[in-house]
Design a protein around this ligand. Structure first.
Ligand SMILES: [Zn+2]
Ligand SMILES: [Zn+2]
Length: 726
């Protein structure tokens, strides 16, 4: 864009997307004839390229090029004048996230904007915005023909639950508390207790109270919860127009994402429904943030800035003065701990809804002691009989096993050969359906060899069991069983393999809902979110592994998964009385299963928190991981150990070492993926502030160490603050 009138003389600071940990970690200085307000989107030259940038309110001294002579600074290429600037709250959120998760501000800021914004011309953008403005100014069904003095009546109509939904006493109490306190809130509600209705009611109240207010509703995986989206659209589009509810998730096309973002940024969208990325949505009138299934690990990003959208939601609410409500039947132990009574130091307001709405009861939990079952049996005789009984009654069962494929490993019956992946420290999984050996880590896929590659023995056999084999096995076991109409049993498998094609999951789920399926087999994918009304039996075939895992979060995850799975059974009150959750276990008296039998999350959480406290684990301590990748373990670990040692030799890091524990570098759980060796180092501190201070100072040391000749072989490294997987 030519700036002919006045020579560009003022210095402005602009954030651009630069590679993480590059020397250009903060804003860059440019020249401009005018000084656009902070938050304005601009185009700037960088090297040979032209990039999208955000005007930032760093002082020139904070910017990287403060040492560059003003004469050498380049002018900006253009200003996106048609977009209102990003708010100061939004900029504070970005700055905080970048600093807390140890990434460059430019990376976090630009990743939070829709990718298509980079390529759009001023004219195209103007056209899109005009269209949005038109929609926003259109009278919505609710306001058409309503006089101003009936606003109160309109508000009443907006808040009232539609279609004669009667709130339960528990829901009413929760909503009252939400109305009268500032939060943050933790809505602890059993599966089927009607959390979604509470979310919608609270949203309706806030939107009705202020004509511009916006709400952000986050869900773990939007494709797995289409029902939630439908319910929000059905409820709010009739009040505020079709464009008032927009989605934001990675499954959308770039054009859809841009439209949603513009609708949120311009205020036309009153509700944004999205996955973790939506926590950064620009919403100038944000008044409420809801985080559904707040315990779900997918709120933590696994790449780039490894942020927790749940934790950022709490921060953002505080920043913007918006209410925040987290919801779960099995809250994360962190959130549970934060919602302990205020006199004990709790900061969240806990809202409890222990009962299922309607006459629905929680399913009976049955444990099958596998020590007393036939050796090596997969489906125990009592479980098989219970499934057969369901089929005869025309009811559905769901059987899950957390391993896809036919068998996790192929083995030679003669020598020691196993189907190892040549590129990873993992076995390749046998997929019988297309006779391949596939590595689930690097993707290597090969035909199953005719004979053992090591000794030539033609007898190579599958070891262990995945969902594919379980499906086959169940079909054999149920061959004599018939449906009430005399037809053979219909089994369907749902896992990452059967749902790879677009629309496959939806069509399989439709089959289940239509009653065309008697037994549903799958991975934990089927245990989450879906509202299966005719399922009266849920079975976990082999849940024991997590009981003795080295990952201290494994029991928490298992409990949550099993509770969620149990919640799939008996959603329909007509069949709730006969619904059961079956667990096949070699440890039937394990306390985790005892709590599960009583649907007693608080007891389980109390025992876990006690263990964590004794071991000084989160939430009683704070952790960060530094991961590094190289061609050899020696190089990957050497870098981490060298940087750790250097931390002890430099003043600003050494002073902080008394407040934290540095563990030696170790190989990661799966040490090698696609021929890259991976190592990690854990840093722990009882003080979040001390850990943050240390990481900020240590980052410089890590950069310096990486530049040493002996660390030349390090391919990448990254810091993960509050890691979920250790
Ligand atoms: Zn062999
Ligand atoms: Zn591999």
């Amino acid at each position: 864009m030519p700036q002919a009138s006045a020579p560009p003389t003022s210095q402005i600071q602009v954030l651009v997307h630069t590679p993480a940990y590059s020397q250009m970690a903060s804003a860059l200085s440019y020249l401009s004839s005018e000084v656009p307000p902070p938050g304005t989107l601009v185009r700037v030259p960088l090297g040979q390229r032209e990039l999208l940038g955000v005007v930032w309110d760093d002082s020139p001294a904070q910017a990287q090029q403060s040492t560059v002579e003003p004469a050498k600074l380049r002018p900006i290429a253009g200003v996106l004048t048609s977009l209102p600037p990003l708010s100061s709250h939004w900029r504070s959120l970005i700055s905080f996230a970048a600093s807390y998760y140890q990434r460059a501000k430019g990376e976090v800021a630009l990743a939070a904007l829709p990718p298509q914004l980079r390529d759009l011309s001023q004219v195209q953008l103007g056209r899109k915005l005009k269209k949005l403005a038109k929609i926003a100014n259109q009278p919505t069904p609710a306001t058409t023909g309503v006089a101003a003095d009936t606003t109160a009546a309109l508000q009443q109509a907006a808040v009232a639950a539609p279609h004669g939904v009667v709130l339960s006493a528990e829901q009413t109490v929760a909503i009252d508390q939400f109305r009268n306190h500032n939060g943050p809130f933790l809505l602890f509600g059993a599966t089927g207790s009607g959390k979604t209705e509470v979310f919608m009611h609270c949203t309706a109240e806030l939107l009705a109270a202020s004509p511009q207010a916006q709400a952000l509703v986050m869900v773990p995986e939007i494709n797995l919860t289409p029902q939630l989206e439908e319910r929000f659209k059905a409820r709010f589009c009739s009040l505020y127009g079709m464009e008032a509810v927009v989605s934001m998730h990675s499954g959308m096309t770039p054009a859809q994402r841009l439209n949603s973002w513009l609708a949120a940024h311009s205020g036309a969208a009153r509700i944004v429904l999205g996955t973790r990325m939506a926590v950064f949505a620009s919403m100038p009138q944000l008044k409420l943030i809801i985080v559904d299934e707040e315990h779900d690990p997918s709120y933590k990003s696994g790449e780039g800035a490894r942020y927790s959208a749940r934790d950022l939601a709490i921060y953002r609410g505080h920043l913007e003065g918006a209410k925040v409500m987290l919801g779960s039947a099995t809250p994360s132990l962190e959130s549970w701990h934060h919602s302990r009574p205020a006199p004990e130091g709790g900061r969240y307001h806990r809202l409890e809804m222990p009962s299922r709405v309607g006459s629905g009861q929680l399913p009976l939990v049955r444990r099958v002691d596998m020590n007393h079952q036939p050796k090596a049996c997969i489906i125990s005789p009592p479980l098989l009989a219970a499934i057969a009984e369901r089929i005869a009654r025309g009811e559905q069962s769901m059987v899950f096993l957390n391993r896809r494929g036919y068998a996790p490993v192929l083995q030679c019956t003669d020598c020691d050969w196993k189907s190892e992946c040549p590129h990873c420290s993992a076995y390749r999984v046998y997929h019988k359906i297309d006779r391949t050996l596939r590595c689930h880590h690097c993707g290597l896929s090969e035909r199953v060899p005719r004979a053992c590659p090591a000794c030539g023995n033609p007898d190579i056999a599958p070891m262990g069991r995945g969902t594919e084999r379980l499906e086959e096995h169940l079909a054999e076991l149920l061959v004599q069983v018939h449906r009430p109409d005399g037809q053979p049993v219909r089994i369907v498998r749902i896992d990452a393999d059967t749902t790879r094609l677009k629309g496959a999951l939806e069509s399989q789920l439709a089959q289940v809902h239509a009653g065309d399926v008697d037994v549903l087999v799958g991975t934990q994918m089927i245990a989450k979110g879906h509202d299966f009304r005719r399922i009266t039996l849920v079975a976990a075939v082999n849940p024991d592994n997590a009981l003795f895992s080295s990952d201290f979060r494994a029991p928490e995850r298992l409990f949550s998964l099993l509770m969620q799975a149990a919640g799939r059974a008996g959603r329909d009150s007509a069949v709730a009385g006969s619904s059961e959750m079956w667990l096949q276990t070699f440890h039937p008296t394990h306390p985790l299963y005892e709590s599960l039998k009583k649907h007693d999350y608080p007891t389980f959480a109390a025992s876990q928190l006690k263990e964590r406290q004794q071991a000084a684990m989160p939430p009683f301590s704070f952790q960060a991981l530094v991961r590094s990748e190289a061609r050899t373990q020696e190089t990957a670990q050497g870098f981490l150990n060298a940087a750790s040692q250097a931390a002890g030799e430099q003043n600003d890091t050494a002073a902080l070492l008394a407040h934290l524990t540095r563990y030696p570098a170790v190989p990661m759980g799966i040490a090698r993926i696609a021929n890259i060796e991976r190592a990690q180092m854990l840093i722990e501190s009882p003080s979040r502030a001390a850990l943050q201070k240390f990481l900020n100072a240590w980052q410089i040391v890590l950069h310096q160490t990486r530049a040493l000749p002996e660390c030349k072989g390090v391919l990448r490294w990254a810091i993960d603050v509050d890691p979920l997987n250790i």
